[in-house]
Design a protein around this ligand. Structure first.
Ligand SMILES: [Fe+2]
Ligand SMILES: [Fe+2]
Length: 164
């Protein structure tokens, strides 16, 4: 049986992953509105990945005999100043999520919940990847600046992302 405080923290984090999914879906719609279909595709795949992350937490709580809680998911922004601003937001968001995952690991260690600690290790590695992939796109967007040709080149590249 899972510790009550740990259960609450895991449910809270599932909500943060649902929010991530919502945020990236909103970014996908924003890119679609700019006719940047490659960017929109990349964000749509990302939104689906975040939904899968949320479901991992959901499943873990159930597997441990806990009780799932599904509070409302906050509404994400719907507009950004530029593609770069959106990706910078995504990068900041991933850094925040990394911090939350690290806090969960601390809590798992403190409550001696080794199963949850093992479960969380996948997310520790995943966050390294997530931050790196978003930052790589931020850096490319900075490189091309306002050149439309460069933006379209990145759009083509992001269109290639596997649907997962
Ligand atoms: Fe995630
Ligand atoms: Fe993420």
């Amino acid at each position: 049986m899972i510790d009550g405080r740990m259960q609450e923290a895991l449910n809270k984090h599932a909500n943060a992953e649902f929010y991530s999914s919502y945020l990236y879906l909103s970014m996908s719609a924003y890119f679609q509105s700019l006719n940047l279909t490659g960017f929109a595709h990349w964000m749509r795949v990302q939104a689906r990945e975040e939904l899968a992350h949320a479901m991992k937490f959901y499943d873990h709580v159930i597997e441990r005999g806990g009780k799932v809680a599904l509070p409302p998911v906050e509404a994400p922004p719907s507009q950004w100043e530029s593609p770069l601003a959106a990706f910078e937001d995504a990068y900041r968001h991933e850094q925040k999520v990394t911090g939350l995952i690290n806090q969960l690991v601390d809590e798992a260690v403190q409550t001696r919940d080794h199963a949850t600690n093992a479960f969380l290790q996948w997310f520790v590695s995943e966050q390294v990847e997530e931050e790196a992939s978003v930052d790589a796109i931020v850096q490319k967007l900075k490189l091309v600046g306002d050149a439309p040709g460069g933006l379209l080149m990145i759009d083509h590249e992001l269109a290639e992302r596997a649907s997962g």
